[in-house]
Design a protein around this ligand. Structure first.
Ligand code: NAD
Length: 257
């Protein structure tokens, strides 16, 4: 039986990734800093164990790997936090918290698990980024900056660790109806305004993200590494289409002579 550990697995996207991974036959480690959430999630997911650790702690992640009892075939860096504020109002403490959990946590966990995967002969790592790491967004400068950095870190790790049989990819979710965004979509007005902007006409689900993560984790993706798969119903490509433009402008540049 193959095994997978997902960080931030106690809630939101991480929990759904854990559920789907169990459904397709993985033994699953549900790693979360929140013990109650990890234990609760594990109690309803077959073949899973709770692992209580912060992705920011080398010792806690080492202990979690020891508790899991084997080097996992797959590691998902999903734990992430956001602190909303315009840059001019963002405290240094909030900046540091976001960098610590999102970026440093991804580096710390990946380098620890990569060492175990090298001994095992290989593995697969998937990092959860965001479309907010591709394009800047309102009040989310710290968050977006870490997600963009994780995209580059994904390439760097794939470059350095391919020789050990370790593939490293990223999934960039768009407007997801769940997890940390649940409060946004609980407001019917925001829900409608945002949904209208998505070319496919709907918000994404946690399962949309989990499916992409499990594809990149799987042997079906054995020749894919260093890739960031955007799962957003097309919204990141629609920024210019969302700008108002008078139809008369369509003739600009056409030589009428
Ligand atoms: N929900 C969205 O709309 C959305 C969109 C794009 C990207 N993402 C990304 O998806 C990932 C999951 O987000 P979510 O929406 O499920 O968030 P969430 O807040 O619902 O869940 C995050 C989980 O991570 C855990 N966690 C927080 N800090 C931790 C730490 N230091 N160590 C271990 N666990 C920790 C929390 O306890 C929680 O269980 C994040 O990386 C987020 O940036 C989410």
């Amino acid at each position: 039986m193959k095994s997978l550990i997902v960080t931030g697995g106690g809630a939101g996207l991480g929990r759904t990734i854990a559920e789907q991974a169990s459904t397709v036959g993985y033994r699953v480690g549900i790693l979360d800093v929140n013990e109650e959430l990890a234990v609760k999630a594990s109690s309803s997911i077959e073949n899973s164990v709770p692992l209580v650790a912060s992705v920011t702690s080398y010792d806690e992640i080492s202990d979690a790997l020891a508790t899991f009892g084997e080097s996992p075939d797959v590691w998902i860096n999903n734990a992430g936090i956001v602190r909303f504020a315009p840059l001019l109002d963002l405290s240094i403490d909030d900046w540091k918290s976001v960098v610590d959990v999102n970026l440093t946590g991804t580096f710390l966990c990946s380098s620890l698990v990569a060492k175990a995967m090298i001994d095992k002969g290989g593995g697969s790592i998937v990092n959860i980024t965001s479309i907010n790491g591709i394009s800047a967004g309102t009040n989310s400068g710290a968050y977006g900056s870490t997600k963009s950095a994780i995209s580059l870190l994904t390439q760097q790790m794939s470059l350095e660790w391919g020789q050990y049989g370790i593939r490293v990819n990223a999934v960039a979710p768009g407007l997801i109806d769940g997890g940390m965004s649940a409060p946004i979509y609980a407001d019917p007005q925001f829900r409608k305004l945002r949904t209208e902007k998505v070319p496919t006409g709907r918000l994404g689900s946690e399962i949309d993200v989990a499916n992409a993560v499990l594809f990149l984790s799987s042997d079906e993706a054995s020749y894919i590494t260093g890739h960031e798969l955007v799962v957003d119903g097309g919204i990141i490509n629609s920024i210019i289409a969302n700008l108002p433009r008078p139809s008369s402008v369509d003739t600009v540049g056409i030589d009428e002579h």
